[in-house]
Design a protein around this ligand. Structure first.
Ligand SMILES: CC(C)(COP(=O)(O)OP(=O)(O)OC[C@H]1O[C@@H](n2cnc3c(N)ncnc32)[C@H](O)[C@@H]1OP(=O)(O)O)[C@@H](O)C(=O)NCCC(=O)NCCS
Length: 121
């Protein structure tokens, strides 16, 4: 499943709403027995580095827990994994991401490949 834009109004972030939205999507993935979910994540706090480190290093540091990113840290906490960097995800002059995003993937732990449960004859 591809997850298009989801957002919580800045005034209501940090109160568990985004978490419930992500869990609702995971429930859809489980109910449809899909392999998982792919989405794009704008790395909103990359601008705090002032461009002193590469987007790749920034993402590694978010993954390692040395940095907090408004979007990515919360998505990683919910079980998403980073698949790859996306240059030009947003406009180059986007003041928060400086254009960068990442592809994030959530693997459905309950996915059952079709036919695998069929008894062998
Ligand atoms: C991403 C976004 C939807 C999260 O919404 P939110 O309401 O702030 O998220 P929550 O408060 O529910 O937090 C989500 C999870 O992150 C966890 N979390 C909060 N702060 C954290 C931190 N510093 N480090 C790690 N995890 C953290 C929360 O505990 C929660 O997990 P839990 O419910 O299992 O405990 C929100 O930041 C947003 O709207 N961003 C802008 C739009 C956007 O770019 N969306 C993503 C691309 S589609």
């Amino acid at each position: 499943m591809y997850g298009v834009e989801s957002a919580v109004h800045p005034a209501y972030r940090g109160q568990g709403i985004g978490s419930r939205l992500m869990e609702a999507r995971f429930q859809v993935v489980r109910a449809l027995n899909l392999r998982g979910m792919v989405a794009g994540s704008a790395i909103m706090d990359y601008h705090t580095t002032g461009g002193q480190i590469s987007a790749e290093q920034y993402v590694q540091e978010v993954i390692g827990g040395q940095r907090f990113d408004t979007n990515l840290s919360k998505q990683l906490h919910k079980g998403f994994q980073v698949h790859n960097l996306i240059p030009d995800y947003l406009e180059d002059d986007d003041e928060f991401t400086m254009g960068w995003g990442v592809t994030i993937v959530w693997h459905n732990p309950d996915y059952q490949p079709y036919g695998e449960e069929m008894p062998m004859k």
